[in-house]
Design a protein around this ligand. Structure first.
Ligand code: NAP
Length: 485
């Protein structure tokens, strides 16, 4: 099934940090794919901006290498056509040179977007200079990357700074999880099917699990990661967003503020998490066929680090729909599988007409975000063959790639999100008050660890995480689904 592509309006997209890792791995390949798909119009222009002295030709060569590595196997003609759309300007976010040059490259009458793909410490400098040099107007769009603050106070300060230069309707705070096809499908599944919504509440749902598991360690991000940890790096943003989409009330319409209002209500209704409902972990070293993999502490170069590379927690939402239903969240690095999945575990039948030997069965709806995007509904059927009424659970599986057909390339989250910026659609971007509310819930948890000098539990690399995380569910007769041993 080939999706219909509607070209966006002509635009000038300036990427501050155009020579950085994110631009190389995600932004430039995403733009190329949209160009190839016919969505990025011929008149669109992408301007890399950074301090490095570089000609436009150098930047095009840099982009060509990025595409070779992160969008390999492309037709040279298409790549060359795309590269013609690229330009470069040398500019220092903290200096005065280069801003005039940038201004000269920008065209009137096209959508103007500025992607802040630089350290957050530079956001204010760039915003101020854009404004001083008159490079933005009320229709310009500003894209900012995570992390958006490191606690409520810093997020508020950042929001205030941005608000002094731009209107909230101009600010696009990226959480790339929201751009994933399956994450949007969460809304389609919930609000486009009569089947699920009547059951989507504490009366029929026993509990919900959200897992985002990675096999990789901290890699080259050790220094940054050690000041952050899984709670700040993953839970406050990605897992929180998934929780919101799963738990929110139906918005009146699929419009940016209607959706974000409902998400905000969920975050504000989240209960505080007591210490005995959280497990933190740090991965240990591993020796396998590929050699020796360092422990977390070694990888970040901090032998006394108390930063968690794993967190699992149980929370509840104090509202009419979800009162009393546990939401279990877990995320970690160096786990046994790469898997992002949401499991909605329905309650067992109130009474079995088949007697106790049929066992207790429970429907499960699994929504896989990666790998293998798709949904599986676990249903109970009769075990085939003679010999009585024995029941078994079987999966009704739909893998999107199979069901929707191979149309070659499946759009990456960044492709969708950047095109949404150009279209001016903020539905899949976090609003300032959402980010602040998420920090307001996260901060006391982190402050609690700090005040108690909490030390994360070690866990074996390649495992499902610390054993205590199993107990978090087992205490209530439940178990994790997805990446368990
Ligand atoms: P990076 O590889 O360190 O690149 C930073 C970029 O900013 C370079 O192009 C650098 O070029 C430019 N830069 C640095 N100081 C500058 C200044 N004073 N004025 C103008 N340009 C300047 O960083 P990154 O990994 O691409 O990350 C960029 C942002 O995305 C960060 O906020 C990060 O947290 C976020 N992010 C990154 C990833 C990822 O996978 N990489 C994922 C999620 C979020 P010059 O040195 O030549 O100026």
């Amino acid at each position: 099934m080939v999706s219909r592509v509607i070209p966006v309006d002509p635009f000038d997209l300036v990427i501050f940090g155009g020579t950085g890792d994110l631009a190389r791995r995600k932004i430039l390949p995403a733009l190329f794919h949209r160009f190839h798909a016919g969505q990025m119009p011929a008149e669109a222009r992408v301007i890399g901006a950074a301090r490095g002295e570089m000609s436009t030709e150098d930047f095009r060569a840099f982009a060509a290498e990025a595409l070779d590595e992160f969008a390999p196997g492309q037709d040279r003609v298409w790549v060359d056509e795309f590269l013609q759309r690229l330009d470069y300007v040398t500019v220092d976010a903290r200096g005065e040179d280069g801003w005039g040059d940038l201004g000269e490259k920008l065209r009137p009458d096209v959508v103007r977007a500025f992607y802040f793909s630089v350290a957050p410490a530079l956001f204010a400098d760039i915003a101020e200079r854009l404004s001083q040099h008159g490079l933005t107007d009320a229709t310009s769009r500003i894209v900012v990357e995570k992390p958006f603050g490191k606690n409520l106070e810093t997020a508020r300060a950042l929001n205030r700074t941005m608000a002094s230069y731009f209107d909230e309707s101009q600010i696009y705070r990226i959480d790339h999880y929201l751009g994933k096809e399956t994450v949007q499908n969460l809304m389609a599944i919930r609000f486009g099917n009569m089947l699920f919504e009547p059951l989507w509440n504490s009366q029929f749902v026993d509990h919900i699990q959200i897992t985002v598991a990675e096999t990789v360690g901290v890699g080259g991000r050790g220094e940054y990661y050690d000041t952050s940890g899984a709670m700040r790096d993953m839970v406050q943003n990605h897992l929180m967003q998934l929780l919101c989409l799963i738990a929110m009330e139906p918005p009146a319409k699929f419009d940016p503020d209607a959706v974000r209002d409902e998400k905000l209500k969920v975050i504000r209704a989240l209960d505080p998490v007591p210490p005995h409902h959280i497990v933190r972990g740090q991965y240990e070293e591993l020796e396998d066929d590929e050699g020796r993999h360092p422990s977390y502490r070694e990888a970040v170069g901090n032998p006394r680090s108390r930063t968690e590379s794993y967190v699992a927690l149980r929370t509840t939402i104090s509202n009419w729909r979800w009162a009393g239903t546990p939401f279990y969240l877990r995320t970690g690095k160096r786990l046994k599988a790469r898997s992002s999945v949401i499991n909605v575990m329905f309650k067992p039948m109130p009474h079995s007409i088949f007697g106790t030997e049929a066992g207790e069965h429970q429907n499960t709806l699994s929504i896989r975000l990666q790998p293998n995007e798709g949904i599986t509904l676990g249903v109970t059927i009769k075990e085939p063959g003679p010999g009585g009424m024995r029941l078994i659970d079987v999966p009704l599986d739909m893998t999107f790639a199979e069901a929707l057909g191979p149309d070659g390339h499946h759009a990456d989250a960044y492709e969708r999100l950047i095109m949404d910026v150009i279209r001016g659609n903020q539905t899949l971007f976090m609003r300032g008050d959402e980010v602040e509310a998420a920090w307001a819930w996260t901060d006391p948890i982190i402050e609690g660890w700090e005040s108690r000098n909490d030390v994360p539990k070690g866990y074996a690399s390649g495992s499902a995480g610390p054993a205590d995380a199993e107990l978090l569910l087992r205490r209530n007769g439940r178990e994790w689904r997805g990446i368990n041993p």
